[in-house]
Design a protein around this ligand. Structure first.
Ligand code: SF4
Ligand code: FES
Length: 237
């Protein structure tokens, strides 16, 4: 176990725990966007910054990536931290002014929702955190989406923005997206996502549509469980 001080509080955490989790376990909240429990950490949104002190040196680090150290002193709300966080928030909001999630967070952080930076109008609600890409690769294992183009033209989606023939319509990307950028529409027997329409499977027991057929076929292929045995929804299992 490792002993450290966060916001003046003595905290004990397991070795290799991120400062973010150690703070949360101690009841201290830190704003985050890209740190989702289902995917590996990328440290891309920079909203979770905190100030750490080791000896006489202080510096700003991302709490979702920085792990606890014996004797570390962490300040999650110092003036320096708040200034960096507000600047990050302003930049994110200028990129995605329409994101309700960002607007709400900006208000909570005391950031004017009319950013002083020129607002983009072509980025949708995507902050390029790559959580969607990671979940598709790391958890689902199909690699249906990725980043394309460079610099300010970088976007996320299926290769060449064409319909992906490996996408299974599971919606994991929409689930982990922190800003609501990925549009997924599920109506009774159909699900639309990334420009494709997926047929939904009915539950053999209750008759309710519950998952895309392509997703069940993929699970069946991966696990060897017959498709017939997967055609029962979670409620009826
Ligand atoms: S679509 Fe969402 S999850 Fe994917 S990179 Fe953009 S903000 Fe992140
Ligand atoms: S939550 Fe830490 S960088 Fe995004």
């Amino acid at each position: 176990m490792v002993n450290l001080i966060i916001d003046g509080k003595n905290v004990t955490a397991k070795k290799d725990t991120a400062v973010l989790e150690a703070a949360r376990a101690a009841g201290i909240s830190i704003p985050t966007l890209c740190a989702h429990e289902s995917v590996s950490r990328s440290g891309s949104c920079r909203l979770c910054v905190v100030e750490i002190k080791k000896g006489n040196r202080t510096r700003i680090v991302t709490s979702c990536l920085y792990t606890v150290e014996e004797g570390l002193i962490v300040d999650t709300k110092s003036e320096r931290v708040q200034n960096v966080r507000r600047l990050v928030m302003e930049l994110l909001l200028a990129r995605c002014p329409e994101s309700e999630v960002l607007q709400k967070l900006a208000k909570e952080l005391g950031v004017d929702t009319q950013p002083r930076f020129v607002a983009d109008s072509d980025k949708g609600k995507c902050i390029l955190c790559r959580s969607c890409v990671r979940v598709c690769e790391e958890v689902v294992g199909v690699n249906a989406i990725g980043l394309s183009c460079r610099g300010s033209h970088k976007t996320v989606g299926p290769p060449y923005n064409e319909n992906s023939d490996v996408c299974i319509g599971c919606g994991a990307c929409a689930y982990v997206c922190p800003t609501g950028h990925i549009e997924m529409e599920t109506t009774e027997n159909k699900r639309k996502i990334w420009g494709r329409t997926f047929k939904m499977q009915t539950c053999d027991t209750c008759g309710r549509y519950f998952a895309p057929v392509d997703q069940l076929k993929y699970i069946s292929k991966k696990t060897g469980v017959p498709l017939k045995d997967l055609s029962i929804c979670m409620d009826c299992r």
